[in-house]
Structure formats: C-alpha cells, structure tokens
Write a protein that binds this ligand. Structure first.
Ligand code: UN1
Length: 511
C-alpha cells in the first residue's frame, strides 16, 4: 500500500471525477455507497475516475427498471427504435475523439487502436440499426387451402450483458445495439477495468432519447455479475470473457433455462507457406501478435512457419519486434501499450517463465517486464517471441492474452493445419500463400469461426458473423445479421381465412 502523500497529491485525488450507475433513466450511486478507482494501466498514479461498487441490490433495481420499460419498448415499431439508434451512432461519431482518449487512458491501448474500437461501435450501430427496417422473417405455403403461414422475430425480454476490458466500446455495442433493435431491454454489467467507455456509450443512449429503463448500467465486480446471471427476470445472458467464467455462467443459465451466448478464449494461428510474401507475413504477424498488447481474443499467438523460409521469417520478425516502442498509449509514438493490470502482467510473466523453463522453447526476443523511467508506474512487458516451439507445449496450447507469440516450424500444409486445429479453441486463423489452391484448401480445413488469407487473425468487420468453434463459444455468432438469432426468438404464425373447419386440422386427432 502507498504511504500517505503530501497535500498536493491529496488535492489531485479530490479532483477525481465520480461516476454513477444508470438505472431507470437516473444516474445513481450504489446502494452499498462504496466506490472503486479506475486506474490508468500506463501510470497507476492517474485515477481516471471513481465508479460505484455495485451489489446484488443494485442489479435488482436495474432489472426492475428494465422490466418496467419492456412492454412499451417492445411495442415501439422496430423502424422507430432504429431511428433512435441512428441518432446514437451520430452521437458516438461526434464524440469519437474524446471517447478514444478516455479509452486509452483507462485501458492502455494506443490511440490508433482505441479510435478503431470506437469506430467499430459506430459501424456496428449504423449497420445494426438498419435491421430495424428488415428483421426479416419469411412466408411459406401452408398445407391447407386458404391458410397463410409465416414466421417473425420477437424479442426475448430482459437481457444481461457482461462485457470485457479489451474492446471497451466495440464489444458492448455488439451486444447492446442488436438487443435494442430486436426490442429487448437491457442491464449492462461493465468490465471493471474499463467502466468509463461503457458509461460513455450508455450516456450517448440517454442523449439519443432512448426511453428510461430500456438501457441500464451497473458497475462493479463479481457480485453484480453473478446477481444478473441468477436473476429470475433476466431471460438472456450475453457474455464475453474468459472460458472459465463463461463455463460457470453457462452452468447457471442451464439450471435456470436462460438463453446464453458466450464468446471466450482463442489460440489463433497464422500459417506462413514457403511461397508467401515474407515481408507481408512478418508485418501481419507483428500487428496480429502485438496489437492491443496481445490482449485480443483474435491475437496471433502462434505463427506456424514453413521450414524452407523459417530462418528468414524469424530474422525479419525479431528485427521488427526490436523496433517496437512500448509505452503510454496516449503518446503518438508508442506502438505497444501496457497490459491491463498487475494480475494480468504476473500471469503473462508466468507464461514466459513456463516457455523458458518448462517448455524449454527458445526465447528469441523480449521476455521481461519493463520497470524503469516512463515504465515505472505501469504494467509493461516487452513484446516477446519464442521460436522452435513444438506442438503441445503449454505456450503453444494455452491462451496467454499478452504480448507473447510462438513460432512453430512445419513441413507440409496438412501438418500445419493439424497444428492450427490442435488446440481447444477455434476463433480465428490465417494463411499467407500465393497459391489459390492452398488458400482454398486451408479455408476449408481450418476449424475456426473466422479465417483470413494474406492478412493476420485480427480485424473482423461488423457485418460478418463473429465467433468461434470448440471452447471459444457455444455455437452463437455475434455481429452480422446472425446476432439477431441471439437476441430474438422465432414465432410461427398460421392464419386460417377459409372460414370453416378444415379437415386436415383434425387429422392428427382422427388417427
Ligand atoms: C476480441 O478480440 O475480443 O477482429 C475482439 C478483431 C476485432 C475484435 C476483436 N475487430 O480483432
């Protein structure tokens, strides 16, 4: 614990802004009266704000507000709901710079990436709002004369949205906007390390005129998260985060018969064939592995490289990694920011230790915490590359979620595909090759939810489905129109306009 500091520091602390929960259209404190500090991971002396440390009671109030608002919102025609969402998109766009800076300050990623995150929220909001005038169902012939058959989407009810730290505005928007366009009301439990970005999004909803109670925000840690998952009035939980937490949520939801959509870990790989443009592959690998300090579910944490070009690839990659500037994301010269907090840093350093001492892979570059000068007050780790990594090593199998990547040599495309598929996750994969036959074969055989050719494993766009196979998820897809299948349920409608009892209707009874 830090010792008490002189008055100057106390004044700085006193000027820290306090933020509130948003329940039923009011900005309110937690019923606990307690708060927590949101710290800048690049400099923990910098307190971004104080946020309510919410309780189960706060969640009860938020769910009650969402319940109260549900009927009117559901009955608002979808194109009208969408109009509000278009306004919301404009508000986010107009505030992009401020949101970006605040995101970098609370989360650490460099300004360019934070700007991309806010842009993803803008794109998602415009794109998904367009669904307000579609939300297509279909008509189909009925079995009998003078009878009409069709199906429509209906909202599921109150949705609990539990969001992570790594995409502080994009991921909440992936959940919030489709939930709203489908006619649901929501309670968001924001990521405890990035509460300001969720709050900015919710405040924009208020400014856009989304009615009171439709969107509710509760800040805090495990208690409000668990209360939301177990609340009997919540019909659906949408969660992005670790596989361990996701499994606990899924078990609880199964007991309560809730709909649950999970987006969890990844151990993504890039295959680099011997015919690849090596410079292009190195550049893609660099940003795929070290963008967002490797804290992406889609991070390129394995580089599976053909033996014929292995030496050249590793040399070029190591050279580039040495040139990366690690520092505060608010500085335009920084390439790689800090990791999110001390626990994350310790976990990543533990994996580096495992790579060196248990797996006995070769540490080609990096491997250390940075603690001096500008790095003294944050959570910085050198971008780290292990080479001569073998399939099955722990650093090759387990999600590290930090600036660490492993280079794995291979000889044949089938062997490479086996390596890529040989992990428990299945989010994203990539292949660098100039050979169209190899590219299509890989696209077919790589068992992941997303696959790239000649670009890294990151950079998914909002109008295509996002999600993964195996332990990455539970079969759902966010984004695209596919997300509507999470946030709406099908209702089949049969209209008999014959004016009489048709025999086929009672066939089943006659048998
Ligand atoms: C995540 O890593 O959790 O495709 C989401 C990407 C981003 C989203 C990543 N658009 O890398």
């Amino acid at each position: 614990m830090a010792q008490a500091k002189p008055a100057k520091v106390k004044m700085k602390k006193a000027s820290v802004k306090s933020y509130h929960n948003y329940i039923g259209g009011e900005w309110v404190k937690s019923s606990s009266g307690e708060t927590f500090e949101n710290l800048n991971p690049a400099n923990t002396d910098d307190v971004v704000g104080r946020f309510p440390k919410s309780t189960a009671e706060d969640v009860n109030l938020a769910v009650a507000a969402a319940k109260e608002a549900a009927t009117k919102w559901r009955q608002t025609p979808a194109p009208k709901r969408a109009e509000l969402l278009f306004t919301l998109a404009e508000i986010i766009r107009d505030n992009k710079q401020r949101y970006t800076e605040e995101m970098t300050r609370e989360m650490g990623k460099v300004l360019k990436e934070a700007g991309g995150d806010v842009q993803e929220a803008i794109d998602c909001t415009y794109y998904t709002a367009g669904e307000g005038r579609r939300l297509h169902g279909f008509t189909t012939p009925a079995e009998m004369k003078n009878k009409f058959a069709m199906c429509v989407r209906q909202p599921v009810g109150i949705c609990g949205l539990i969001t992570p730290f790594n995409f502080p505005m994009a991921i909440p928007s992936w959940k919030l906007i489709p939930a709203l366009v489908c006619g649901n009301t929501v309670v968001i439990k924001s990521g405890e390390d990035v509460p300001l970005s969720s709050l900015n999004l919710v405040k924009a909803c208020e400014q856009a005129g989304i009615p009171k109670g439709v969107v509710n925000l509760v800040n805090g840690f495990a208690e409000p998260g668990a209360a939301l998952v177990s609340h009997s009035d919540v019909r659906l939980i949408s969660f992005t985060g670790s596989t361990d937490t996701g499994r606990i949520i899924a078990e609880q939801c199964a007991r309560d018969n809730k709909i649950v959509s999970l987006e969890m870990g990844g151990k993504n790989a890039i295959i680099v064939m011997d015919d690849a443009d090596v410079d292009n592959a190195v550049e893609g690998s660099l940003w795929g592995a070290f963008g967002t300090s490797g804290q992406r579910c889609t991070a390129s944490s394995r580089l599976v490289v053909h033996k014929k070009i292995y030496k050249k690839f590793v040399e070029k990659l190591v050279e580039k990694v040495k040139g990366l500037r690690v520092g505060n994301g608010l500085d335009a010269k920084t390439d790689v920011g800090p990791v999110i907090h001390e626990d994350a840093m310790q976990r990543i350093l533990a994996y580096i230790h495992i790579g060196k001492n248990v797996d006995k892979a070769k540490l080609a570059v990096g491997g250390n915490q940075l603690t001096k000068g500008d790095h003294a007050k944050g959570w910085f780790i050198e971008p780290t590359v292990f080479t001569d990594v073998k399939p099955g090593m722990r650093i090759e199998q387990e999600e590290i979620f930090g600036p660490v990547t492993s280079v794995v040599p291979f000889s044949t495309l089938d062997e490479a595909i086996e390596i890529v598929n040989g992990v428990k996750y299945g989010l994203s994969s990539a292949i660098y090759t100039q050979d169209v036959n190899k590219a299509f074969y890989a696209m077919q055989e790589l068992y992941t939810g997303i696959c790239y050719v000649n670009s890294a494993t990151i950079g998914a766009e909002v109008h295509l489905p996002f999600g993964g196979t195996k332990a990455t998820g539970n079969g759902h897809r966010e984004a695209g129109t596919q997300v509507l299948d999470i946030f709406s349920e099908w209702k089949s409608l049969y209209v008999d306009y014959s004016g009489k009892l048709q025999k086929a209707q009672i066939d089943a009874v006659e048998i």
